[in-house]
Design a protein around this ligand. Structure first.
Ligand code: PCA
Length: 327
């Protein structure tokens, strides 16, 4: 064995090692929804943008459809640093603080323009409540307006009396109760089975989720209530964020701002496209009757009052700022 050959080999390895860039950081990113959903596609684009802007220095691996952490666990996983970054439905956190549920109060903000203004008014408090837990908000994107899916036409809430109704947050549970229905929490991935086995008979969700769960297989009527636009948000563990280089942090924040703009555009485009898909697959698309609209508006008023009561002064300030921004 030649000592000389060995040292020259070692030297060769050392020079290769020196020529390599610093080890790339890889972040696992749990997300709740499937790959066909526009939110997931937007997050994938975001990950690509971050990789490109950091020359591969920060790679984000998206684990969609609750495959790394189930939806209810994602936020705590990020808070505890089990995953540095993740996506969740903002209103899933409403039990921690009412501000997270402000976008799920029926008819408080029911168009994209209103939803955007509500987001501007509520974002600082959302950011603050997340910061209190060591979390940083990166971006938030709305689902299209929430509308009813049922087997028979719904002319008034009386038609839902006693029906089991799929819920995905506390607001949809409360809505079901106020309509006289019986709420059951079901994740999007379990919607088809829940209908097939009779666990639920109706739901309120976006045309996007209607299409991704193939609602035409188990419901016949889509009633276009567009009652609110709940948001998904992407959060990052603040400690993990602080551990990045300044360049990487900037790349992440820039990609986040871009993802927010792109996501809102994707969401706006979704509404008509996915309603058309529901129709093509044989669903009856209906406008709500005057009676149903009236009843839902009243329920929205009740839920706004309940929200304000729960959210106190800081919540009232957000709603005031939002309402002032509408004029
Ligand atoms: N889809 C998600 C949240 C809101 C939406 O449109 C769901 O149904 O769970």
């Amino acid at each position: 064995m030649s000592f000389l050959r060995n040292t020259s080999l070692t030297a060769a390895f050392a020079s290769v090692a020196l020529a390599l860039p610093a080890l790339a950081e890889t972040w696992d990113m749990p997300t709740p929804y499937g790959d066909a959903v526009f939110h997931t596609q937007n997050v994938q684009e975001f990950a690509k943008d971050v990789s490109a802007a950091t020359d591969g220095g920060l790679e984000i691996t998206v684990h969609s459809a609750g495959s790394l952490f189930a939806h209810p666990e994602i936020k705590d996983a990020v808070r505890r640093g089990l995953a540095p970054i993740g996506e969740t439905l903002m209103s899933r956190l409403a039990n921690e603080n009412p501000i997270f549920g402000i976008d799920s109060v029926p008819f408080l903000a029911s168009s994209y323009d209103e939803a955007e203004k509500l987001w501007q008014a509520s974002r600082p408090l959302v950011e603050q409540k997340l910061a209190d837990q060591g979390l940083t908000l990166l971006f938030a994107v709305p689902w299209p307006g929430q509308s009813l899916y049922s087997q028979e036409p719904i002319n008034s809430t009386a038609d839902l009396k006693g029906a089991s109704f799929r819920a995905y947050n506390t607001a949809t549970e409360r809505l079901a109760q106020l309509m006289g229905a019986v709420p059951t929490q079901i994740e999007t991935g379990d919607i088809p089975t829940a209908f097939a086995t009779g666990r639920v008979a109706a739901m309120i969700t976006s045309p996007s989720t209607g299409v991704s769960s193939q609602a035409w297989d188990f419901t016949k009527v889509y009633t276009d209530t567009q009652a609110w636009l709940p948001k998904n948000m992407v959060i990052v563990n603040t400690g993990a964020l602080d551990g990045l280089s300044e360049d990487q942090r900037k790349a992440l924040m820039d990609a986040a701002a871009k993802a927010e703009t792109r996501g809102w555009e994707m969401s706006r485009a979704e509404t008509d496209a996915k309603v058309a898909t529901l129709k093509e697959n044989g669903m009856q698309v209906m406008e709500p009757s005057a009676k149903l609209s009236d009843e839902l508006t009243k329920i929205g008023d009740t839920m706004t009052q309940e929200w304000l009561k729960e959210a106190g002064d800081e919540g009232a300030k957000v709603v005031d700022a939002y309402r002032n921004s509408l004029n």
